[in-house]
Design a protein around this ligand. Structure first.
Ligand code: UDP
Ligand code: MG
Length: 330
């Protein structure tokens, strides 16, 4: 893999924003990005990915871009809602920057952090990820499940996935190219970001509540997201199955031997309905859970072998940089 090349003095930065029903937030996001990025003395482009929004987000995005003819931009509209991970992948593939920063459209990832991230990148880091110190405006359940999930992932996965870290990060071109080489359909981005490695460092921030609109994540989506994460980065559930099976079989063998012995010594006595039922139901339950876990993995294998594209683009819209305006005024 490319080792850290000398940093260009005037890098091109791509801000990649997947959005779903964020019409209310897009104008503010673009304004803030402009304010934060233009004094930095670099060139930048905006990559917007409309993940099948049902509001007029696409029209709003187009209008905002047209109002800024100097802004270099790519707008992708996916053919339907493919989910944030797929939309983000689409955006990363469209980005041409020397450095790439994925951001949420709801301003929960503060653009002000890009400057300190760039600083770290100039020091030689290839990935600078933002760690959330505090999460405002999220329900206790969401915080608790997020906390539990990150800790569980930490235990289960052999790839160290930084806790409390979203997709908000600054990546060097070599990292984005590495991500593009990963062929899997199930894009658990946090995990993939960690898996590719490179020199990584963290900066910390307090995460604000989303600006407007509603989170596109339902608990059902989050549950599947968690399962995706665990099954693509850990085989521990399968090992628990075989380990648990072995233990229970061992105990059953001992118990069986004891019963044979007891029958030989004391003769046959029939009572035992309760223990029999308990054993049958307990083992039946365990087997169903086992099948379920196998099914989760098998289902994902099925998704992978189908090799369907990750996303489909309905419309691609480019706004070239106009040479006199794009150089930014530093
Ligand atoms: N998003 C998306 N597709 C989806 C769900 C969300 O592109 O299916 C976008 C959303 O518009 C936002 C980002 O992903 O820009 C993060 O979503 P959200 O704020 O709902 O997540 P949270 O901050 O609650 O984790
Ligand atoms: Mg959000």
């Amino acid at each position: 893999m490319a080792s850290s090349s000398p940093r260009p003095a005037r890098p091109l930065l791509s801000a990649v924003v997947p959005f779903l029903n964020e019409a209310a937030n897009l104008p503010r996001l673009i304004t803030e990005l402009e304010q934060v990025l233009s004094p930095l003395g670099l060139e930048w482009e905006l990559v917007l990915v409309d993940d099948g929004s049902r509001d007029d987000g696409l029209a709003v995005a187009k209008q905002e871009l047209q109002q800024r003819p100097g802004l270099r931009a790519t707008l992708l509209s996916l053919s339907r809602n493919f989910g944030k991970e797929a939309a983000l992948t689409a955006g990363l593939e469209a980005a041409r920057g020397d450095v790439v920063v994925p951001l949420d459209a709801d301003l929960q990832d503060p653009p002000e952090l890009i400057a300190p991230m760039l600083e770290q990148w100039r020091q030689g880091f290839e990935v600078v990820y933002a760690v959330r110190r505090r999460r405002a405006g999220e329900s206790p359940t969401k915080r608790l499940t997020a906390f539990g999930f990150y800790r569980l992932m930490g235990r289960l996965s052999s790839t160290a996935i930084p806790a409390d870290t979203g997709d908000f990060r600054l990546m060097d071109r070599c990292v984005v190219d590495a991500l593009a080489q990963l062929p899997e359909r199930s894009r658990f981005m946090k995990g993939l970001f960690a898996w590719v490695g490179f020199r990584q460092t963290a900066i910390h921030y307090d995460r604000d509540a989303r600006q407007g609109g509603a989170s596109g994540w339902t608990y059902w989506k989050l549950w599947n997201f968690a399962l995706d994460g665990i099954t693509s980065f850990s085989r521990v559930p399968l090992q628990v199955l075989s380990g648990g099976g072995l233990c229970i079989a061992g105990l059953a063998l001992l118990y069986g031997a004891w019963m044979v012995l007891r029958t030989l010594v004391f003769g046959i006595d029939l009572p035992g309905y309760a223990s029999l039922m308990t054993a049958v139901l307990f083992l039946g339950g365990l087997q169903l859970i086992g099948l379920g876990v196998l099914g989760e993995y098998l289902g994902r294998v099925f998704e992978e072998v189908k090799r369907r594209p990750l996303y489909l683009v309905r419309e691609r819209w480019e706004q070239p940089a106009s040479p006199n305006l794009s150089m930014g005024q530093s």
